[in-house]
Design a protein. Sequence first.
Lengths: 332, 332
Amino acid sequence: MKHLLLAAAAASLALPVTAQEPAPIPSPGEIAAAAPASDWIAIAPSDLLVMDLSPDATGKARRVVIQLMPAPFSQGWIGNIRKLAAAHWWDGTSINRVQDNYVVQWGDATEKKALPRGLAVVPESGYQVSEPAQSMPIIETFYRNRERLKALVNQQRSGKPLVIYAPDMRTKIDPYSDFQAFAGGWPFAGSNGVWPVHCYGMVGVGRNLSPDTGSGAELYTVIGHAPRHLDQNIALVGRVISGIEHLSSLPRGTGALGFYETEAERVPIASIRIASELPVADQPRFEYLSTESDSFARYADARANRRDPFFIKPAGGADICNIPVPVRPVTK
Amino acid sequence: MKHLLLAAAAASLALPVTAQEPAPIPSPGEIAAAAPASDWIAIAPSDLLVMDLSPDATGKARRVVIQLMPAPFSQGWIGNIRKLAAAHWWDGTSINRVQDNYVVQWGDATEKKALPRGLAVVPESGYQVSEPAQSMPIIETFYRNRERLKALVNQQRSGKPLVIYAPDMRTKIDPYSDFQAFAGGWPFAGSNGVWPVHCYGMVGVGRNLSPDTGSGAELYTVIGHAPRHLDQNIALVGRVISGIEHLSSLPRGTGALGFYETEAERVPIASIRIASELPVADQPRFEYLSTESDSFARYADARANRRDPFFIKPAGGADICNIPVPVRPVTK
């Protein structure tokens, strides 16, 4: 009996390929891996937030790396986060909440630690980018990519065999927005305005009831199915690009909303720093696949239409959170 | 400083409510909890698969309860699963794979354990229910619920303030299907035919390359964003209704596809049984909220349009995997 695999990429590579057989169609991951170096964009260390948890029970280090969002998104909260990191404010705080299929949340469990001075109070209008900011390059890119998708769809409708991830951009295919597209390496949705979306691994700002919008001191990341109902209701500031398993595999909290009920359950945070403030040798280095590259278009198409050997029926579409932007460590 | 909550249900309940203030609008969970007992349907013990893992490091029991799908869905594989459970085939096997944001998979890591005789070999046509089976009651319900949604949308278009979870059933709002609806307590999608969908917690059958469809001996559950590209490519046989945290919080495997690389990492399975084969006192008892009830319609509407106090902007829609069917233990 063969080893039954759910996604048999490994098995397919092991199959004998004769001269008569066509080469296997590459998987999305293989398409990304084969992209030219020029399609990969380095992430500046000043845009990385490095969270070091206490070592695990076996003494192994637990580092989580978060990429912060680019302007014009959520910059008020991100400015606060930079100040909190510079003040070493999170050192000695903890992971306080792990709710299955929802979020992991961290910050000050005592609720008494004084915040640094000068943190911004960001209005709710900051949850999305509306008209005045739409001349920003990333927003222009978003709209350009959206038009490009429409053009691809029109080509497809005219009979050319193009298949893309949004099967029909002229009708509503996302229950949460009028349209969706990638830009500058990030997934966005839009109707009136443009906003980042709550996909797996996205990092947001805990808050109290409206009109509170949170300071950025209390953060969470998504560890389940995309809770898109939070879009436009809470600020997103980044995404976990490495080490999410140190958060997603933590024991679930048994209190209300998955909060840990005892101090012993909380996971200590040794430090949170902007990577550029770490010694150079200790700075993580990552790069992402340009969402404006042809490689990404092929990757996204393959995510929406799996033709690699395991699949028998390509879906013909994908929701935006099922097309994660490829990010990898810089190895050289 | 107040304790910043991501979903401040607890905080909102603690707010003082004066006579002048309207009562807070209930959350989806509160709507389900307030449903009359007649809207809850007991799950037969013969439809529950009970997986007991070895106790955790602190000696605590780890029980996972899976509800099997109703006819006419995936019955070939489910028949095999009943035989495997009756033969105690899984006892002594293990959890072998934990891939972050994807699946946990279990079965025989040695790949050498003989299967019981008489297991069915199920054809790929079993991945969906097509025309001949559409007179089955659950399929009729699916189509009836779909028509009901359409009627609700038409009411909404005529100006009545009905807001439902599918903002426009006449256009394509799901990238993966032409339409989607609940029936008999389960989420389904359809185009030509009807099939179950890969939401968080759904349980499927590992397989090798086509035309293999798997026997049911190798099972997985979804622990991340819904991998809907697997729909119609692999059999779904049920869903985890209790104890998924014993799977989703396991350490991620470091081998290809998240497989554990060493025997020591694998989590032993003490036993898997159909609940009706357990002593009565040890049989778990669960019930689900009827998807044909008005309570469920209100619950689904509230999932798509959060109006409880934490939210400032209801989404106006939800994807089907963001409307989990409420399931709870029977307490009396």
